[in-house]
Structure formats: C-alpha cells, structure tokens
Design a protein around this ligand. Structure first.
Ligand code: 3PY
Ligand code: MG
Length: 252
C-alpha cells in the first residue's frame, strides 16, 4: 500500500496531522474517522505504551489516514518495533548530530540502505505482501530538530543521505535556546531559529514539519512552507470541548 503522505507531498500539499496521547483504540478510531491526513501516536510524552499502541494502529487502519508514531527516543529496538507494527511514519525526538541522523536512517531502512532487522509482522497485513520490497521508499522517518545542538549541526543533519523529513519541537527548542517553552508563539530567538530551520530544510529539499497547539499557528506555518503540521491533540480537543460546554452551561 502506498504512503499517502508521500503522495500528498508529491502533489505539493501540506499534511494535517492529528496527535494521539490517549492510550485507547476507540478514541483513536473516533479521531481517524474525522479525516486527518496522518495521525501520530505519541510514545514519548503521552501515556501510551506498546500494548496500547497496536490496537490504536489497527483502529487507524479502518480509514485512509496514515498511521504514524513518535518514538520515545533514538533507539533501534522501539523504532523497529513500531515499524513492524505497521507505522508508515516515525518521528524521532532529539536528533542532534549528523551521527544521530545517520542512525535514524539506518535503523528505519532495510539493507543496503540501513540495518533494520526483518520481521514486519503487522506491517505485512497493513502494507501488503510486497511491503518488504517497498518499505525503504514507503516509510517516512522524521528527525526532530529541537535543541541548540541540532541547530549548530543543522546542515550536517540535513545532508544525511536518506533522511526523509524533519520535525520541529517548538517547546524543547525554546527551552534549549533559553526562551520560555511556547508552542505557537515562541519568543523572538526561538521564532528566528524556526524560520532558519525551515529555510535550510527547503534549501536541502527536505520537507519540514512542526508541532502546533492551534489552527492559527498551523495555518501560518503552512503559508510559510511547512509541509506537515500537527494541530492540537485528542486530549486537548476533549479539554477544549468540555470547557466550552461547561462554560455555556454555567453561564446559562
Ligand atoms: C516540542 O515542542 O518539543 C515537541 O516535542 C512537540 O511535540
Ligand atoms: Mg520535544
């Protein structure tokens, strides 16, 4: 099965990504039915573990939404396990050096490009029997650029052969640059860094993604040239919806 994220990018469109922090297959199914281009299950900061992840991927598979996972860290075991479970995209936190980016490419691709171990148990069911032949060109691996160190090594990271995409974590990047942790309206130093990362990614022909809390920031960033924007999350959407209902009721 093709990766619709790659197809979107080929057509020149940006992907709207939803974020899943709730470890439940029903909430994942509800989100997937709404038509997000991609949905990312967060194993880094969410409360999701691998046992919850698999049925969430199965729930997303009932739709055309592309299933993605943010792994907890740059570590081969979990990267390979989420790919085996049928993730078509992975987002990897804290890729800070050229060597980190090389590891990410190696661990997410089969030989000769990489060193991914063979065992695509559920990926075969999701991707089809020919998954192994096409996996290297189907999977999208995002390297997160979210530290001052990654900023220093930016061109070294972006020029790693086989790197598919990057993803900016505005809050970690802000903290690392001595700014307040802000997602949508970072302080000037962090905002400049974000613009710089986007410009360098464009120069290298690498699609750039970024995390957003709200639609205004996400739309503004698409207008600037980001090709992948996360907006809100399942937990945030429940919070906002419940607050709106309760505010109306208490005011009534
Ligand atoms: C960050 O803002 O640091 C993130 O990782 C967003 O998910
Ligand atoms: Mg982060």
């Amino acid at each position: 099965r093709e990766n619709r994220l790659r197809a979107l990018w080929k057509s020149g469109a940006a992907a709207v990504n939803g974020w899943l922090a709730i470890p439940n297959s029903f909430s994942a199914e509800v989100m997937a039915q709404q038509g997000w281009d991609t949905l990312t299950i967060d194993l880094q900061h969410g409360v999701v573990d691998y046992t919850s992840l698999v049925p969430m991927l199965q729930a997303i598979s009932t739709t055309a939404t592309v299933p993605m996972v943010r792994v907890p860290w740059l570590e081969p075991g979990i990267l390979m396990k989420v790919l085996d479970a049928g993730a078509y995209g992975v987002i990897c936190p804290m890729v800070n050096t050229r060597e980190d980016a090389q590891k990410l490419v190696a661990w997410t691709h089969y030989a000769p490009r990489g060193t991914r171990s063979f065992g695509p148990v559920r990926a075969l069911l999701y991707g089809g029997a020919d998954y192994p032949e096409h996996a290297n060109d189907t999977i999208v691996a995002f390297a997160m650029i979210e530290t001052a160190q990654a900023l220093d090594n930016l061109d070294d990271i972006l020029s790693v052969e086989g790197l598919d995409a990057i993803y900016i974590g505005p809050t970690d990047l802000s903290i690392s640059l001595g700014c307040k942790p802000q997602m949508d309206e970072p302080e000037p130093k962090a905002a400049q860094a974000i613009d710089h990362i986007l410009a360098r990614a464009k120069a290298h022909g690498i699609p750039a993604g970024i995390h957003n809390a709200g639609t205004q920031a996400a739309l503004g960033r698409i207008a600037k040239g980001f090709q992948f924007v996360t907006v809100s999350s399942d937990a945030r959407l429940i919070t906002a919806g419940a607050q709106q209902v309760l505010a109306a009721m208490r005011a009534g």
